[in-house]
Design a protein around this ligand. Sequence first.
Ligand SMILES: Cc1cn([C@H]2C[C@H](O)[C@@H](COP(=O)(O)OP(=O)(O)O[C@H]3O[C@H](C)C(=O)[C@H](O)[C@H]3O)O2)c(=O)[nH]c1=O
Length: 188
Amino acid sequence: MQFEQLAIPEVVLIKPKRLGDARGYFMETYRADMFEREIGSFSFLQDNRSFSAEIGTVRGLHFQLDPKAQGKLVSCAAGALLDVAVDLRTGSPTYGRFVSAKLTSENGFQLWVPAGFAHGFCTLQPDTVISYKVTSYYSQEHDRGLLWNDPALGIEWPVAAEKAILSDKDRKQPTLDHLESAFTYNVK
Ligand SMILES: Cc1cn([C@H]2C[C@H](O)[C@@H](COP(=O)(O)OP(=O)(O)O[C@H]3O[C@H](C)C(=O)[C@H](O)[C@H]3O)O2)c(=O)[nH]c1=O
């Protein structure tokens, strides 16, 4: 299992080892010892799965406020998606910047998105299933969002705004300049 820090080093791309044989393949997709060594000690309280039927479905950008902020370990169980994380930690040298990774059921790659980041994705194939573990329970009261295609973020989504499939909620999320300060950056 390889752990690769992205341009925002707290966001980590995890590449499980694929062991192939005549039947197909086997992957260890999570090892607490390796995760703790490479990223830190977290307990995952909830597993989520969502199915998106169409290419160009965008879910996000979402986050939960403290004390229900969530770290997310994201993978693609079917199809393919572009996964995106945006740094929302006030005082961070990368505040407002994003990193992204292509997660597919074929590559088995995972993205670790820490608390303090907004998370979202766009499907790249029909019938895409995203599967993710989170470190805090869902709390509608603490659920917040950021407008997926806020020009200030500069995210080059693989779908045009007029073709994207979004929830009504996500069409109306605030832009970064209208976002209340949600998280603070703790210098290590
Ligand atoms: C997230 C969540 C939602 N729900 C309920 C609330 C709604 O009745 C329904 C759909 O929720 P929502 O439209 O917020 O689902 P997504 O648009 O897929 O939201 C997710 O998308 C992005 C990618 C994320 O990172 C978050 O985990 C999450 O916000 O499921 C629950 O019951 N539990 C939950 O943990």
